[in-house]
Design a protein around this ligand. Structure first.
Ligand SMILES: *Cc1c(COP(=O)(O)O)cnc(C)c1O
Length: 435
């Protein structure tokens, strides 16, 4: 058989000599699925081309930003225009006003917006702001939710924390290098467990500065929030004077113009953005009510800064992306593609007699290799990851680039159409045969 990835394998070997694991971010190394990560040479629309010249139908979308597909002409033109004017000034620019206005148009509750350069920076800064604003130190996050790699968020539930127990055990670092003392300031609760959250607030509510959550989880695979969970989040944070932080880094501008906040009718105090907001260039942001955001430097005592924050090229890409989305909202079309993909995959797996649970919200989808329902992290982790690996590699051999982990969301874009749908389902049929 022809070797499809000889050049990628050679590059991977070279990369490992100069970078840890050969990558700039761990999931790219294919550790969860084995094999050689494809080195990407270029991209256009719904497709990537790897270093061996294979065309791959892309369901990773740079892990979320590429909702318009790769190299969208409006975005490319906007970057080219900005490029003529210099790369970075370290001084304010008009484009920042334009992008902040677009964010506010989609999220009217965000009176003020601060730009940073990544989602990690956005959530880290929002947590500092919540602590500064409330004068409290504890934060709450949920098992299986990912908010970037800030120390306070690389934390797992300590032993003894069981669903519904309310988090009495001390949290522990989930990464080496995170101080135990810092980890203990982050309480870890179970997603979609309103009772557990209630117990946790009864015990610690007066000391909790903020609860941060993924309004639709993408980072454990796709998990949708239950209405009872969303109700408890709002009620408990309000009752105890804690801030509710919606991490919309993945879902913002993807699930609706106003993200999950609009789609689910949420009322968070602070919102974090990233990914789509930068249209493929490095951007993050956080925002909320003026009275809270006015605590950020230079207006207030909460310090936060960035040499490349509000970078002109990144702002230009973000403006072009949001304008394109707002002018001709693609959400109904994405929903239709998603529905057809979901139904098609259901059929492929049903015909093969393989259990599968497809969780999809808008243009985010995960095929969990187990019987449904999958509503909690505990249920997600019981998936058959060995079967997923075989499915993943089966798809890849057919030219479909699915996320290389059971616990990541697949994304599609406005560049995915009828042809791409048919191609995906044919590839899935062949991949399922190999299970
Ligand atoms: C990707 C992601 C982040 C981190 O963003 P980076 O730009 O990778 O730092 C934070 N929160 C959520 C929900 C994400 O999906």
């Amino acid at each position: 058989m022809k070797v499809l990835d000889a050049r990628s394998a050679e590059l991977f070997a070279q990369a490992q000599e100069v970078m840890p694991g050969g990558v700039s971010s761990p999931v790219r190394a294919f550790k969860a699925v084995g094999g050689t990560p494809r080195f990407i040479a270029r991209a256009q629309g719904a497709y990537l081309w790897d270093a061996d010249g294979n065309r791959l139908l892309d369901y990773v979308g740079s892990w979320g930003p590429m909702i318009l597909g790769h190299n969208h002409p409006e975005v490319v033109a906007a970057i080219q225009e900005a490029l003529q004017e210099g790369l970075s000034y370290g001084a304010p620019t008009e484009r920042e006003i334009a992008l902040a206005r677009l964010v506010r148009e989609a999220y009217p509750m965000a009176d003020l917006v601060r730009f940073v350069s990544s989602g990690t920076e956005a959530t880290m800064s929002a947590l500092r702001l919540a602590r500064g604003y409330t004068g409290r130190e504890l934060i709450v996050k949920f098992r299986g939710n990912y908010h970037g790699h800030a120390d306070s968020l690389l934390v797992q539930a300590g032993s003894g924390l069981l669903t519904g127990s309310g988090g009495t055990a001390r949290s522990a670092p989930s990464s080496a290098g995170v101080p135990q003392a810092l980890a203990e300031l982050t309480l870890v609760a179970d997603y979609n467990d309103p009772e557990g959250l209630g117990v946790l607030f009864e015990r610690h509510g007066e000391q909790i500065a903020a609860v941060i959550f993924e309004p639709v989880v993408g980072n454990a695979g796709v998990l949708a929030p239950t209405p009872a969970f969303l109700e408890a989040l709002h009620r408990l944070t309000r009752q105890y004077g804690a801030l509710l932080i919606a991490d919309e880094v993945m879902t913002g501008f993807r699930l609706a113009k106003g993200g999950a906040v609009e789609r689910l009718g949420l009322k968070p105090d602070l919102i974090c953005w990233g990914k789509i907001l930068g249209g493929g260039l490095p951007v993050g942001a956080y925002g909320g009510r003026a009275e809270i955001m006015q605590q950020v430097a230079p207006l207030g005592p909460v310090y936060q800064a960035g040499t490349l924050s509000g970078n002109p090229l990144a702002m230009a890409a973000g403006i072009a992306t949001l304008k394109t989305l707002f002018q001709d909202p693609p959400y109904a079309r994405l929903e239709a593609y998603g529905k057809a993909l979901e139904e098609g995959l259901q059929e492929v797996f049903a015909e093969a007699g393989r259990p599968i649970c497809l969780n999809r919200v808008g243009s985010m989808v995960t095929a969990f290799f187990r019987e449904g329902p999958v509503e909690t992290y505990a249920q997600a982790v019981e998936s058959d990851t060995e079967a997923f690996k075989r499915f993943f590699h089966g798809l890849l051999r057919q030219g479909v680039y699915w996320p290389p982990s059971q616990f990541e969301a697949a994304f599609f874009s406005t560049a995915h159409g009828e042809q791409e749908l048919a191609f995906t389902l044919e590839a899935a049929q062949l991949a399922v045969r190999g299970l």
